[in-house]
Design a binder for this molecule. Structure first.
Ligand code: SF4
Length: 309
């Protein structure tokens, strides 16, 4: 359970320093995220606010559309690409009550700004007409992230989020009914928990069935805020893998040999999958340290689209 509180925000857009990302600004309409994923890297936000109890108290920025309108009016010459979310999910449970996204999408349509939305929620389907309208006037990328398609395990890993099946179904509906480019982020793959061959095979195949344009995957990385939380959660979920997990992150980063083997295994699962137009897509390319596997799009098309926004 979480408490929802209203707050007024002085700014909407957060400029990103990383030049390799396909977008230049993050737009977070909430503070905190009730999906409560055990691996959430955004828990570092807690250090910036004594009040912030990341997963139990959610702040809705009720004036966000107005502030965004004013900021976008000053960025007309810059043609920015916006990432809706980044450190919080725009379609988390609170959005059912606060209902901020429709007015945000209307402002985005007014300025025809390309956007990327990654959400673990099928609540986005409530706004499908707005997404469809927007996707006719600018580039819209809708993605979901899953760490597994095992429903019971997902409930332990992402206790506040809709099931992976609901997320993939959402991608299918968006793919079939809008012009948006769609993706599945198989991210993060959790060592010893979701990295088994059969499990990954099911995840890749389910993602492919969702009609997504591409599949992006990445391994788990730790920052200060999530390391302790994740390791504590692992002790509860599967204490047997605790020391193996620690060993893999001995240097602070994931063991490189493990990572290489993991990506090789996924490439072998993906190899030979046919795209929508019957193309064989065997390429594996790197995008900002994650791997992108094209489904309907060729590797170059997917990456160029993401970069240009
Ligand atoms: S959905 Fe994203 S922001 Fe929300 S808890 Fe999970 S990882 Fe964190």
């Amino acid at each position: 359970m979480y408490k929802l509180k209203a707050m007024r925000s002085k700014s909407a857009l957060h400029k990103l320093k990383n030049k390799h990302l396909p977008y230049q600004y993050d737009l977070n309409i909430y503070r905190g995220c009730s999906h409560n994923c055990i691996y959430c890297y955004a828990r570092y936000m807690k250090q910036y606010s004594k009040e912030l109890d990341y997963e139990h108290t959610i702040y809705a920025k009720t004036n966000i559309a107005k502030v965004l309108d004013s900021e976008l009016s000053k960025l007309r010459d810059e043609s920015p690409v916006l990432n809706l979310g980044g450190v919080t999910d725009s379609y988390q449970e609170s959005e059912k009550t606060a209902g901020l996204m429709p007015s945000v999408l209307k402002v985005i349509k007014k300025y025809r700004v390309p956007i990327v939305i990654c959400t673990k929620s099928d609540l986005i389907l409530r706004d499908i007409e707005l997404i469809d309208d927007l996707s006719k006037v600018t580039r819209v990328n809708v993605a979901t992230s899953i760490s597994t398609v095992d429903k019971d395990l997902a409930l332990k890993l992402e206790p506040g989020a809709p099931s992976p099946q609901a997320r993939l179904k959402m991608i299918q509906v968006i793919s079939e009914n809008t012009n948006a480019m769609t993706g599945v982020h198989l991210f993060p793959i959790l060592p010893k928990l979701t990295d088994g061959y059969e499990q990954l095979k099911r995840s890749v195949e389910s993602s492919h069935r969702s009609q997504a344009d591409y599949l992006m995957l990445g391994s788990l990385y730790f920052n200060k805020g999530c390391r302790g939380y994740y390791l504590n959660a692992i002790k509860q979920i599967n204490p047997n893998i605790y020391s193996e997990t620690l060993k893999l992150y001995q240097s602070g980063r994931l063991d490189l040999r493990y990572k290489k083997e993991l990506y090789k295994m996924i490439a072998s699962i993906k190899e030979g999958k046919e795209g929508k137009e019957g193309k064989e897509n065997k390429e594996v390319i790197t995008c900002n340290s994650n791997e992108v596997f094209p489904f309907k799009l060729s590797a170059e098309e997917a990456i160029e689209w993401l970069k240009k926004g």
